[in-house]
Design a protein around this ligand. Sequence first.
Ligand SMILES: [Zn+2]
Length: 99
Amino acid sequence: MKKGIHPNYNTDGIVCTTCGTNWKIGSTRSGMRVEICANCHPFYTGEQRIVDTAGQVDRFMRRLSAAQDRQASIEKQKSSRSAPEPKKSLLKELYGDEA
Ligand SMILES: [Zn+2]
């Protein structure tokens, strides 16, 4: 090997930030990281779970609960305003109160 023309070859590998696995691989780059790997990806593990590294699920759940609260308050306002008179049944409409 000729001296001084080759880049540094690192063997520290790639680290998965989700499960912490260190994949041994050689590269000229150092400090490589991945968010998900074959050890923790649902496709390879066979589990039905959501890998949430960026907090997207928490954010969605917060927005969903806020929307449900808003919907509940709107429903409460509608029901407290004025309840419509209950409609007569079809039989009572046809035959009057005698039936
Ligand atoms: Zn992993």
